[in-house]
Design a binder for this molecule. Structure first.
Ligand code: 3HC
Length: 293
């Protein structure tokens, strides 16, 4: 019988982390939502509030259900509060040293039966797992942005992940309304390995002034029926995140398709990170907004 999860923790409340918190809270699971300091906690709280306000305004969530959802989330800047959680998902920026540091800390605080999961998009789950004393309980649980909307989760199994651990995480993903697939520990797993070469190519096309951002996006959205164009999608993912993913995949596979287009790094250095900063390939009404100006 699969394990029942009633209390989990999410470490890192950026775009993905806050979305993952929402997914759990929507499914009646208590969540400890952790960020590094009070300011980052408030930012994460704001992302969750914004997302659920939007659902309420669209008539998809009642105000009572919104209040119940928020009451299931406990925000904190103390990682020690994961102590009684059955599962911890880490969703901090894509830096191996940072993730390894967090896993070493989590390992020391959680109970012996807790599962430790990373939402990494491209880093090695194995390298993260070996920062703990028990790599057998470490697994990848990779959500897609926007996490509350997209019904797919990649469960990454390393060569040492215990069968029971990834079976429990698979069953949990199903309970959350997601279709899980189990994949091995290779940069980009399935979806990002296929997606990011295409996105990077679109950025290179824009950079070379071969076509305008609107035309590139229209070609894929209207011409190919994708839900959004590649440059709009880059803004949704976050240019900093996209850069890190491409860089990691390039270093691992040396496929030139994944060599990050130079303009990406320049935009990130200039603070143009996409929707989250209010400007990327497009300009938005405010940071976090999807409304174009
Ligand atoms: N957070 C929460 N909910 C959101 C949301 C967000 N950021 N954006 C949209 N939604 C919800 C809306 O509230 C709406 O819900 P409803 O149907 O219950 O009212 C629903 O999603 C549809 O939204 P809209 O009508 O505003 O717009 P669209 O129909 O155009 O859908 C989209 C928006 C879901 C973002 C769609 O365009 C899409 O699926 N785009 C592609 C996204 C994609 O490819 N993501 C994968 C990126 S790669 C990744 O995540 C991997 C990682 O490692 C980087």
């Amino acid at each position: 019988m699969a394990r029942e999860f009633s209390k989990v923790a999410v470490v890192g409340l950026g775009t993905m982390g806050a979305g993952i918190v929402e997914v759990f809270a929507r499914n009646a699971i208590d969540v400890v939502a952790i960020e590094v300091d009070d300011a980052a906690v408030e930012k994460g709280r704001g992302v969750l509030q914004h997302s659920t306000d939007r659902a309420v305004s669209r008539g998809k969530l009642s105000e009572d259900d919104q209040a119940a959802l928020h009451s299931r989330v406990h925000f904190t800047s103390s990682i020690d509060e994961v102590a009684d959680c059955q599962l911890v998902i880490e969703a901090v920026p894509e830096h191996l040293h940072l993730k390894r540091e967090i896993f070493a800390k989590l390992d020391a605080v959680v109970g012996p039966d807790a599962i430790l999961a990373t939402n990494t998009s491209s880093l090695s789950v194995t390298e993260i797992a070996v920062a703990t004393s028990n790599p057998k309980r470490v697994v990848g649980m990779h959500f897609f942005n926007p996490a509350p909307v997209l019904q797919f989760v990649e469960v990454i199994r390393t060569v040492v992940t215990e069968d029971e651990v990834f079976e429990d995480v698979k069953a949990l993903a199903q309970r959350l309304g997601k279709q899980p697939v189990v994949v091995g520990d290779k940069a980009g797993f399935i979806a990002n390995a296929l997606l990011f070469g295409y996105l990077n190519h679109a950025v290179a096309m824009f950079e070379s002034k071969y076509a305008s951002r609107e035309d590139i996006d229209a070609a894929m959205k209207l011409g190919c029926g994708y839900p959004m164009g590649p440059l709009a999608l880059m803004d949704l993912i976050g240019l900093d995140t996209a850069y890190e993913i491409l860089d990691t995949m390039y270093k691992q596979g040396r496929d030139r398709l994944h060599a990050p287009s130079p303009i990406l790094k320049q935009m990130v250095s200039a603070g143009l990170k996409g929707r989250k900063s209010g400007r990327g390939f497009y300009t938005y009404a405010e940071p976090g907004s999807s409304q174009l100006v």
